[in-house]
Design a protein. Structure first.
Lengths: 109, 118
């Protein structure tokens, strides 16, 4: 079963770039890597998804090396409102999409 | 379409009572998921439907939990004989699944139903 490992928490300051790395050594050939953001008392929200190399949207960038055993979510110039929990997600066996513990990002003024 | 709707948003009940949560997914989404989340933890998978068929159910889910998705539209999650350990946020999500797994991974979540068992 594909399993992800992320840092438990990260602190940053407004205006800085935040990079969160997710390890997934057993990723399957047809797995996509997806990142979600969750604020307190809300459901997770889709941020970005990729398969290989680099993907960028208006919110974040996702870097995936050639071996695909890890991925890095990059949040440029964070603000206080980016304080949240960020989850890296793979498609596990069957269709049981499994969340890990996530990374708590605290953006300080 | 306003996204995934869940009802009620909050439910307080006494131990031993039954509770039912409802989820209305995005109308064109054929896949529907139920997750449970406790404070400080990531969402925990409970069960998954493709259209009206319940295709997967977590081994962690006791027999007190049952979910249905009649006609492949809305879904209900019922917890019988609630216990204090059932207190959690119950999240519903939907997605448009196809042959390409990429779309199947993009879940749209509702705001959740928070259960407190006294």
């Amino acid at each position: 079963l594909a399993k992800t490992t992320q840092p438990i928490s990260m602190d940053s300051y407004e205006g800085q770039e935040v990079n969160i790395t997710c390890s997934h050594n057993n990723i399957a050939t047809n797995d996509y890597i997806t990142w979600y953001q969750q604020f307190p008392s809300q459901g997770p929200r889709f941020i970005i998804q990729g398969y290989k190399t680099k993907v960028t949207n208006e919110v974040a960038s996702l870097f995936i090396p050639a071996d695909r055993k890890s991925s890095t979510l990059s949040l440029p110039r964070v603000s206080l409102s980016d304080t949240a929990v960020y989850y890296c997600l793979l498609k596990a066996a069957g269709n049981k999409l499994t969340f890990g513990g996530g990374t708590r990002v605290l953006v300080k003024p | 379409d306003t996204g995934v709707s869940q009802d009620p948003r909050h439910k307080i009940t006494k131990r031993g009572q039954n509770v039912t949560f409802r989820c209305d997914p995005i109308s064109e989404h054929n896949r529907l998921y139920w997750y449970r989340q406790t404070l400080g933890q990531g969402p925990e998978f409970l069960t998954y439907f493709q259209n009206e068929a319940q295709l997967e159910k977590s081994r962690l889910l006791s027999d007190r939990f049952s979910a249905e998705r009649p006609k492949g539209s809305f879904s209900t999650l019922e917890i019988q004989r609630t216990e204090q350990g059932d207190s959690a946020m119950y999240l519903c999500a939907s997605s448009l699944g196809g042959t390409d797994s990429s779309g199947a991974n993009v879940l749209t979540f509702g705001a959740g139903s928070r259960l407190t068992v006294l």
